[in-house]
Design a protein. Structure first.
Length: 269
């Protein structure tokens, strides 16, 4: 395997805690703060990690973690996912970026946490060959998704965090029936603010974006599901009725769904 997962787990601290590796880390360290806060000292810098902060350190970096009592005498809590890894693929991935900040705000992205949880579960299942192979795939996926999460948050900035949440919600729920109020609530916005911010940031409405995703899903179904009726495709792709699907599809592609399917069938391989 080109990657090796050495340790993957979740930790929760409700009492003061200190971890120190002054001599430098022997492996890569990834750490996602999921609750509370802590302080990390590395390469002469002090970082205060709060919910959604991702720490990335490479071999040789010093690492000093401090979880301390809050100054306001509130309840001490600090939770995080963490892992140690190594391997030539990880080395190559790390150097794809000219520089990697030690701390990036990526938020509590459901997909990122889902990858981390699956990696943790595979690690706990043991070291069977198939588990090790799946660990390798999941670790690569986690690394690649980390790059996406960092890039998206750099591009959107602090003001775009809510619009990014709106987009992710729509992407996950586009082929089901959802209300705009649900998307707004997920992003922590009022409906009016959500509608205005999304249009200003992406140049289209949330409904228009959802329709784009539904149409893409429908095209894939038409291409690769020859036995499925167009009415069924319309339903599973999130369209309220076939007549609406037909109208939107023709407006977008210049062909009806039937004509599009026939064109694919008649096309030479």
């Amino acid at each position: 395997m080109d990657t090796t997962l050495l340790l993957c787990d979740y930790s929760y601290h409700y009492k003061p805690f200190i971890q120190n590796t002054k001599s430098g880390l022997p492996h890569y360290l990834f750490r996602l703060q999921t609750e509370g806060s802590c302080k990390v000292y590395s390469l002469g810098q002090e970082h205060t990690l709060t919910t959604g902060d991702l720490l990335l350190l490479k071999p040789g970096d010093d690492y000093h973690l401090v979880v301390e009592e809050p100054a306001n005498e509130g309840r001490l809590s600090s939770g995080d996912y963490y892992l140690f890894c190594q391997g030539p693929w990880i080395d190559d991935w790390w150097h794809r970026r000219r520089s990697r900040p030690a701390v990036s705000q990526v938020g509590l992205d459901e997909k990122l946490i889902g990858l981390w949880r699956n990696l943790l579960l595979e690690r706990r299942r043991g070291s069977l060959e198939e588990n090790t192979e799946l660990e390798d795939v999941l670790l690569r996926g986690l690394c690649l998704y980390i790059d996406r999460a960092i890039s998206e948050n750099v591009q959107t900035g602090l003001k775009g965090t809510s619009t990014l949440k709106l987009r992710r919600f729509i992407e996950e729920h586009a082929t089901t029936t959802f209300k705009l109020e649900e998307a707004a609530s997920y992003a922590g916005l009022s409906l009016s603010s959500a509608v205005r911010l999304f249009k200003a940031h992406y140049g289209k409405t949330m409904i228009q974006y959802a329709i784009e995703i539904r149409l893409k899903a429908a095209v894939e179904q038409i291409k690769y599901s020859n036995e499925m009726t167009l009415e069924h495709i319309a339903e599973i792709c999130g369209f309220a009725s076939y007549s609406y699907f037909h109208r939107v599809f023709r407006a977008h592609f210049g062909l009806s769904p039937v004509e599009y399917r026939n064109q694919i069938v008649d096309s030479p391989l």
